[in-house]
Design a binder for this molecule. Sequence first.
Ligand SMILES: N[C@@H](CCC(=O)N[C@@H](CS)C(=O)NCC(=O)O)C(=O)O
Length: 235
Amino acid sequence: MALLLHQIPHSPYCLPVVRVLESLHVPFSIVNVSNGDRSPLIRLTQGAYYQVPILEVESETPGCPARLVFEGSDSCSDGLDVARFLDRTWGHGRLFPAAVEGLQGILIPHIESELEGLTFKLADVQSIPSITDLVERTLIVRHKERRFGKGCVEQWQLQAPELTRQLQRLLVPYDQMLAVHPFLLGPAPVYADFALYGVLANLTYQNWNPFPAGLPRLAAWFDRIRRFEFPQQAP
Ligand SMILES: N[C@@H](CCC(=O)N[C@@H](CS)C(=O)NCC(=O)O)C(=O)O
């Protein structure tokens, strides 16, 4: 089954998908999307979606159209359509084990809202000024300002030390969880680990920011999750 991932390389929602596919030994190809121009995604989904990630799963039956998987495509109420598709198709239930479904239902929204709400600002203040294409940079700033108000990127720059302190505080419980297990909820990673990897890999992408200080178990876990491979299972 040929698999294409439409992504933005530093996106906190795409980094987990790449890491999950690698750790499950699933071959895939990547199409990088411009952050400032979502028109290829709009065309691909015939107007249904403009965000990333989007998975394009080519059918093995000649003439059958490719299947597209993105938030909302499978009507998952938690927005985890892509992650749950990966789990059903290649994960053998290891990303969403029934025993920790409730815990993940609390953890993943915390990671994708509370943590991501700080990490994306710290990443943006590093990444946006480094975009060399004037039009792309201006469109991204405009997109941010429409949502967060004029001058928001400059404000986040000034607030960066305080945002970093808030992030460190929010990460303390994650560091504590790792005192008892090598991964957040047990001996092997579940999707919450990959979601947390996504926000921290976005924060530290291309050394934009250092890994948050004072969290030694989390730092050791980050090293483990970025190299983790699931044992191969018979299809
Ligand atoms: N729950 C979705 C989240 C997707 C998402 O928020 N994607 C971001 C990537 S950084 C995006 O494309 N944002 C652009 C926008 O909202 O305009 C998923 O996990 O697939």
